[in-house]
Design a protein around this ligand. Structure first.
Ligand code: CO
Length: 300
């Protein structure tokens, strides 16, 4: 009785072993164990101002120096700017298009580094895209996003100290510097008054204003008048000196910051250089990329 039972049992076991061993290569052949391929995706809001993308390219240069063996791709998150550039013959991917292409090229681990200033609407939109692309069937195994320029308190201090080092040399102590941030209705706007606080503790004549949030240019003018400041350098507090810098800040329209200051008897000196062109500020974005990419350490 026992002997008869053992024979089919052995058959079962050998069948099972056969199944297991034949199954492994079958599953592997369908993408189970793909070789690790790490990549980087840089995401800017984008700019259509000719030459302004030099600031973004400078950040890319620093990223390439930090990651010489890792492919680096680009995306712009502004649909309006992508469409405008496409009409001029320059096709730039959206973050989702770029990630889909990277998935198709068998990237397994991708660090996405936004070149935004604050964790605002653009950043949170990007996080949603990043989460959707993680672990997609036949897609990228892991997609991770780095912080924008300012996220932690340490970032605020780093950004402040870096900006203080790049202020115009010819500026006199009683002259102001006004940083023009983008600003937003998103809760992330708080980083701008936050930077004003940190700046005021080191250089009380450096002011932070925003185009679309708080503090406004009126807030800045009130501060300048309270200190009887007659001359102010205007510096874009954004990765690129793009449309906002050229028009809202330094443009010839009545409501440009330059002309609002003029009306208030303050001489404005615009400096049309984006933060991405300043190596010591740009390297903070690259540091955030390094931190994100370090999540893939040990993945071979
Ligand atoms: Co804007």
């Amino acid at each position: 009785m026992n002997r008869v039972a053992i024979v089919p049992c052995l058959l079962c076991v050998s069948l099972l072993i056969c199944l297991i061993f034949s199954a492994i290569p079958v599953f592997a052949g369908h993408g189970g164990d793909r070789p690790v391929k790490k990549g980087i995706l840089l995401v800017g809001f984008g700019t259509s101002v000719p030459g302004a993308d030099a600031a973004l390219k400078n950040i890319e240069k620093l990223a390439k120096e930090a990651f010489p063996d890792t492919p680096i791709r680009w995306a712009y998150s502004s649909k309006k700017i992508r469409h405008k550039l496409a009409k001029q013959g320059t096709k730039i991917d959206s973050p989702a298009e770029a990630l889909a292409k990277m998935a198709d090229e068998d990237f397994t681990h991708v660090a996405v580094q936004p070149l935004y200033s604050i964790p605002g609407e653009e950043y949170h939109n990007l996080l949603q895209t990043v989460h959707r692309f993680s672990n997609m069937p036949k897609g990228i195994k892991r997609v991770i996003a780095g912080y924008p320029l300012m996220a932690t308190t340490e970032d605020m201090l780093d950004v402040r100290d870096s900006i203080l080092k790049i202020l115009p040399k010819e500026r006199k102590k009683d002259e102001a510097v006004v940083l023009m941030g983008h600003g937003t209705e998103h809760p992330g706007n708080i980083y701008y008054p936050g930077m004003q606080y940190f700046m005021s503790r080191k250089d009380p004549n450096v002011f932070v204003g925003t185009v679309e949030g708080t503090p406004s240019i009126d807030d800045v003018i009130a501060d300048l008048q309270a200190k009887d400041i007659k001359r102010a350098y205007l510096i874009p507090f954004m990765a690129v000196a793009g449309d906002h810098a050229h028009n809202d800040m330094a443009g010839d329209e009545d409501d440009s910051w330059k002309n609002i200051m003029k009306k208030n008897s303050i001489e404005a000196v615009p400096v049309l250089v984006g933060m991405g062109s300043r190596d010591n500020v740009a390297s903070i974005w690259v540091d955030h990329l390094k931190t994100a990419f370090a999540h893939f350490d040990g993945v071979q």
